[in-house]
Design a binder for this molecule. Structure first.
Ligand code: C2E
Ligand code: MG
Ligand code: MG
Ligand code: MG
Length: 282
């Protein structure tokens, strides 16, 4: 009996794996046409000052309008794009589009906001990333501090020497650097202190129960004081309630907040209304 069961499990497992493999292959094939067909769009989510709640910037988050499947979330195609190397082309498009958008907004009188762009490990390893960013900044007259690049801890972990020199070159261009999903990776503090970064983004898994879970509160508080001692700013991710916002801003002295409480990621034409309103009220 047990043997039979075991065998069935193996069959199910294999079937599931094959399904995943087929799906991946299909995604990869469709991704190859997505750029030419103009199927990607950047959504933008506000990042607000924790104390004044003024919008200081936005994070650009990619969306894929698949011709048959509709809106495909990034977590379903970014990993495929990374494995297949397509992330180089997609990442270059994201960078270009974010800078173009920032310069468009500037033309509309919306100034003094930054755009944060997610950079994958493949992009950071790429020999051309520094010139790519430099050219983009030049083409759209992006000033120091207007472009932020977000990398995850694990990105920074493999081949630290190369990674650190790439980050330094990017920073020399006037780009701000943020560690995304901070606290979920495995990097040591000894390593972290060597990274030329400006911002830590406290992962939303610590924010969710911050009011009720003393461990999450302790991690948040310790992260923020450590960051401040190192001269870094902290953006808390996934802020959904006033209670969480109050806790982070008033008790832990967090610098910036990002989450559904202040706005979900939205297309440029919707976010621009929010940015204009905020211009008028300040
Ligand atoms: P991330 O960079 O950590 O982005 C934050 C994610 O949290 C976004 O998911 C956002 O929609 C979601 N989020 C924001 N506020 C809240 C909240 O209050 N509650 C909850 N539950 N979630 C919130 P999204 O847009 O699905 O993106 C997922 C991930 O995909 C990103 O995580 C990032 O790692 C990756 N990604 C997105 N766009 C790009 C891109 O252009 N390039 C690369 N390489 N990766 C990207
Ligand atoms: Mg991010
Ligand atoms: Mg994040
Ligand atoms: Mg996250």
């Amino acid at each position: 009996h047990a043997k039979e069961k075991g065998r069935n499990n193996v069959q199910y497992f294999t079937a599931a794996m094959t399904q995943t493999a087929i799906e991946r292959l299909a995604i990869e094939q469709d991704l190859r046409h997505a750029i030419q067909n103009d199927e990607f769009e950047l959504y933008y989510q506000p990042q607000v000052c924790a104390h004044s709640q003024q919008i200081l910037g936005v994070e650009a988050l990619i969306r894929w309008h698949h011709p048959q499947q509709g809106l495909v979330p990034p977590l379903r195609f970014i990993p495929v794009a990374e494995e297949s190397g397509l992330i180089e082309t997609i990442g270059a498009w994201v960078l270009e589009e974010a800078c173009r958008q920032l310069s468009d907004w500037r033309d509309e009188g919306i100034c003094n906001i930054h755009i944060a762009v997610n950079l994958s490990s493949h992009q950071l390893r790429s020999a051309s990333i520094v010139t790519q960013v430099a050219e983009c900044m030049q083409r759209y007259a992006i000033k120091a501090g207007e472009l932020e690049l977000e990398i995850t801890e694990s990105v920074a972990m493999d081949n630290p020497e190369h990674c650190i020199s790439q980050l330094m070159a990017l920073r020399n261009l006037g780009v701000s650097l943020a560690i995304d999903d901070f606290g979920t990776g495995y990097s040591s503090l000894a390593y972290l202190k060597r990274l030329p970064i400006d911002i830590l983004k406290l992962d939303r898994s610590f924010v969710h129960d911050i009011e009720t879970d003393p461990n999450d509160a302790a991690i948040s508080e310790a992260t923020i004081s450590m960051a401040h001692a190192l001269g870094l700013k902290v953006v808390a991710e996934g802020v959904e309630t006033q209670g969480q916002a109050y806790f982070l801003a008033s008790i832990h002295d967090c610098d910036l907040l990002q989450g559904y409480l202040f706005g979900k990621p939205e297309p440029a034409n919707i976010i621009v209304e929010q940015l204009k309103k905020h211009l008028h009220s300040h």
